[in-house]
Design a protein around this ligand. Structure first.
Ligand code: PMP
Length: 295
C-alpha cells in the first residue's frame, strides 16, 4: 500500500508499488553503479497517456543499443503505469518516468553479471511551463559544453547517463535561462539539454537532422507531422550560430513542454523578440491533435 502521506507521488519497482519515501533500488544496480540504463518520460492528459506506443518503441530502441532487453511487453508496462497512476491519485495530469536498467549484479561490466533488468515507473504531478513562457517566449543559454559525440554515448540513446545534459543545464541555471542549446562536435546547433530546437526562416520550419547527433524527440516527430498537415514546409538542415541572425522564430519541443517559443539564444535576439505566427499556429495545431493520440 502507498501511505496516504506520499499520495501524488507513487513508484512501481519491478511490479510492486511504493510510496516516494520507501521506493529504493540496490546500490549494486548497474544503473546506479555505471549509469547503465535507458528511460522515457511520458505525460498524461487526465488519466490518458499521450503517444504511448511511440515512447515504448523508442525505449526498446534505446535498450537495444546498449544490449538490454525490456523484460515486459507494452501491455504489462501500461498496466504498471495505470496502477501507479491510480496509487498516486493525482487531481491533474501526470509526469511518468519509465526507467529500465541493467539490474543488480557484481561490480563488473559484464552484462551477464545481471540476470534481470530493473523496471521502475515513477508517477508525479505534471507541471506545465509557466504561462509567461508561452506568452512571452523564453531565453536559452548557448552551452559551452559540446553535445556527446554520436560515436561515444550516442544522444540517440535516451540514456540514464545524463551528465552531458546536466552540465549544460548548470550553465542555463547560472545564466537564469530556461534551457541550454548545445552544439555538436562539428560546432553545429544540435539540440537542447532537455528538448529539441526548431527555427522558422522565410516561412520554412527548420530543425537539425538526426545526423547532427541528437535525441530524435517524440514531440519533434509529432510537430514535423503537424507542420506538414497545416501546410508549413519543413526542412531538416545543418544550422550554425551564424544562422541565428537570419531566423524569424525559434521554439523548443519536448514531452513535458510541448512547444515553447524562444526569443533569446545567448546574446542573440530571435525575430522581433516576440513569439512568432508559425510557432503560434503549431501550438494551436498541437492542442487540437492531442485527443487523437491518447492511450
Ligand atoms: N533531447 C533531449 C536531450 C531530451 O532529454 C529530450 C526530452 N526527452 C528531448 C530532446 C525531447 O524529446 P521528447 O519530445 O521525446 O520528449
Amino acid at each position: 500500500m502507498v501511505p496516504s502521506t506520499t499520495v501524488s507521488v507513487a513508484v512501481n519497482i519491478d511490479g510492486t508499488l511504493y510510496g516516494a519515501k520507501d521506493a529504493r533500488i540496490s546500490v549494486f544496480d548497474h544503473g546506479y553503479l555505471f549509469g547503465e540504463g535507458v528511460y522515457e518520460v511520458v505525460r498524461t492528459y487526465g488519466t490518458r497517456i499521450f503517444l504511448y506506443p511511440e515512447h515504448m518503441r523508442r525505449l526498446r530502441a534505446s535498450a537495444d543499443r546498449i544490449a538490454l532487453t525490456c523484460p515486459v511487453d507494452d501491455e504489462v508496462m501500461l498496466g504498471r503505469i495505470r496502477e501507479t497512476l491510480a496509487a498516486a491519485a493525482l487531481d491533474g495530469d501526470a509526469y511518468v518516468r519509465i526507467l529500465l536498467t541493467r539490474g543488480v549484479g557484481e561490480i563488473v561490466y559484464d552484462p551477464s553479471a545481471c540476470p534481470s533488468p530493473s523496471v521502475v515507473v515513477i508517477v508525479k504531478p505534471h507541471a506545465d511551463p509557466p504561462a509567461s513562457a508561452l506568452a512571452d517566449g523564453v531565453r536559452l543559454a548557448l552551452a559551452d559544453i559540446v553535445r556527446n559525440h554520436p560515436g561515444s554515448v550516442d544522444p540517440a540513446i535516451k540514456s540514464n547517463n545524463l551528465l552531458n545534459n546536466a552540465l549544460a543545464m548548470q550553465q542555463a541555471y547560472r545564466e537564469g535561462a530556461f534551457e541550454a542549446l548545445m552544439k555538436n562536435h562539428r560546432g553545429e546547433l544540435c539540440e537542447c539539454a532537455q528538448s529539441n530546437i526548431f527555427f522558422v526562416r522565410n516561412g520554412v520550419l527548420l530543425t537539425p537532422p538526426a545526423s547532427a547527433g541528437l535525441l530524435v524527440g517524440i514531440t519533434r516527430a509529432f510537430v514535423l507531422d503537424l507542420a506538414a498537415g497545416i501546410g508549413v514546409p519543413v526542412e531538416e538542415c545543418v544550422l550554425r550560430e551564424d544562422d541565428l541572425a537570419s531566423v524569424d522564430e525559434a521554439f523548443i519541443t519536448s514531452t513535458t513542454r510541448e512547444i515553447v517559443p524562444v526569443v533569446t539564444i545567448g546574446s542573440h535576439t530571435i525575430g522581433g523578440g516576440r513569439p512568432g505566427p508559425v510557432t503560434q499556429s503549431l501550438i494551436a495545431a498541437f492542442t487540437a491533435a492531442i485527443p487523437n493520440h491518447l492511450s
